[in-house]
Design a protein. Sequence first.
Length: 440
Amino acid sequence: MVNKVRKYIEREIGLKVSLKDGDLEGTCVLVALSGGSDSTALLLIMKELGFTVKALHCNFHLRGEESDRDQAFVEELCRQQQVPLSVRHFQTEEEAKRRGISIEMAARDLRYAWFREEQAKQMVNGQCPIAVAHHCDDQAETLLLNLLRGTGLRGLAGMQPNHDGIIRPLLCLSREEILEYLRQKGQSYVTDSTNSERIAQRNQVRLDLIPLLREINPAAIDHLCRACDNVRQSLPYYKKGIEAAFHELGVTVERFPLKKSSYCSDCSEYSNLSPLLHEWLAGKGFNRAQEEEMLRAPESAVGKMWHSTDNDYTILHDRKALIQFKIHNSEFEELPQLEYETVASIGETGPDIAYFDADLLTAPIEVRPVREGDAFVPFGMKGRKLVSDYLTDRKMNRLEKGRQFVATCGDDIIWLIGHRSDNRYRVTESTKRILKICKQ
């Protein structure tokens, strides 16, 4: 069975397993170790294959004494196996409440964020993938859950053997094979009591649906996993078709035009854009209902916004296109830094450079986000103009306006940063000292 995993790692994950004197030189693997049967087997198998193994254990403090029991088991297992171990404690319920998300989502985000931190520490000496213990049964459950949620093709491919530094060496094994391996090794493991509860959808699929499918077809799990493999192997060809349609439509990372494509010339309205929009939003946390609203929204709905489930992304309906924004944790992005220099004359120009009569600047210069009601006198003009109107004239959308910054001197805006300076502070023939300000 270990040899089966070795072949899978070489074929599907792309790691060369070539032992030299019982050691795999220079290949580090971080193993996510919960102490359950799957991750315990993963640790032993990766060590048996000769990888340099380091274990990572998360204590989410969700199951009282049972969580502490799991940590103690993992610590003893790693001591026996002479495997370095790092443990991280999380206040998961507090994190979920703070972010307004489920405990499961909070635990997943906390886990993988920490894994990435540990991975970055190890990668100074080369690649160091994170190995997680998903197996064939997990893959079948994932496919069924994705189907129940109305997934697209990517969801039908299930979990990937190797994706963005996360590897799954046990996807070639069944749960029964893993348990048999541990029995042969005489290796104990811990059991999560919540696995027998039917609250979570995955548990319902595992405890109720999978047994029913096995009654219908004893090879159901193998066939479901094979279906995932078939779709996964077809994805590169599917991706080429999507990229061709994106190119024709003029889709970019930030912008999705709302116009019909010749790929479905007989489709009415924007129905032919549905699969393309789904791919454009893939992995961003939007659901099908939101996608349908985006396509149905009339042109008069300019300014309407949709937020992803985790609030990381916002889609804005901007005239005849959808605009995608990555939302940061703070209300505004970090304030831009400015450089100041007194110069003899106006030289280099550009949107990130502005020149002022230094003697007119009688108060400290500060930088802040634009506010409602802000107004200035654009360079070359005499009358005041609302900043919002000025930005509208330049076709800036609602979210772009909210991310605009200004430089102020006292109560006056002297520079709409990246756009235009204020005419009242301009350099004239009578200017004695010129202040050059550059946005870094």
